[in-house]
Design a protein around this ligand. Sequence first.
Ligand code: PLP
Length: 366
Amino acid sequence: SQQQKIYNFSAGPCILPQEVLKQAQDEMMNWHGSGVSVMEMSHRSKEFISIAEQAEKDFRELLNVPKNYQVFFFQGGASMQFSAIPYNILGDKTKVNYITTGSWSEQAQKEAKKLAQTVEAWQDHASKFTTVPNPETWNIDKECAYFHYCDNETIHGVEFNDFPFEKVEGMTLVSDMSSNIGTRPIDWEKYGVVYAGAQKNLGPAGVCIVVVREDLIGKQRPDTPILFDWKVFRDAPTKFHNTPACYPIYVTGLNLAHMKSQGLQHYQDLANKRASALYDYIDASEGYYTNPVEPKYRSRTNIPFRVKKDEKLETKFLAEAQKVGLIELKGHRSVGGCRASCYNAMPFEGVEALIEFMKKFREENP
Ligand code: PLP
């Protein structure tokens, strides 16, 4: 029998295009006639080095990364960078500036607090996590070593669609782009560090892509654990101090090559199209479905919503959605409700199918 079409709205990990999975499958046991799987290769072999170099090249081309930025494929996820960032770039400063717009930036700040005094940019937390305060009211301290923000809060669905770069001018800007990387161009000149766990928009779990402006490397504290130390990796042959996550880097590379062939504009248009369709339907549903985020800051990739603000109805919604192949729509345990995560590999048809289902569910459960 025909397998039902599945649309996976999971917040991570990870969805990949069918053609990329197919290519990985075809090459699984014998990579390019080498007679071995990429899983079995030495990470120092010329074959694996060529795989990693190509992945980096495709990442750079897809996102137009300038030459004076290093691109790393680290293990430890974005969470490891929460710690690695202050170790590497605090330098001789004692303070760091963070803005908390959701759980991930909150966790990032918590790690930085272990090493430095953190200055929170958001003064009044009354409407926390459904909006971003007017940048005019931000507490910005230019004595800080850097300013950190999360470009897209995966759990709360808050995205910076118009970051006020002028407010932090002169500071080193650091951004967590784990859940929206590859959905639009990045204005690199504005950033010191951009980092993103691959496992949402780019590839399998196990790789965190960290992009660092060259002049920021080499300021690490003397007590920096070796696996956090960007300079150790930059100076290592092939930029791998220890064994990297070879297979995830390889699959990420296959997907980056695929994305490059589509072009970034394709993904940007698709992200905008998916999100507008879904928010438009939610807003037109007369309060049956609701999203709490101020429209200006609504995430294009993680769309949380409630069903009549009724937990029982939501349980039913999730169960019935699952039955028709719309899976992983449950909201994060900390906020409840539902959430549709629409990363780069989500086709528009997935969102259309979800909206059709939402319409039908509403009719049947008035
Ligand atoms: N930052 C954001 C925005 C995330 O969504 C996540 C994970 O979902 C993380 C950081 C943590 O990433 P990791 O699990 O790779 O440590």
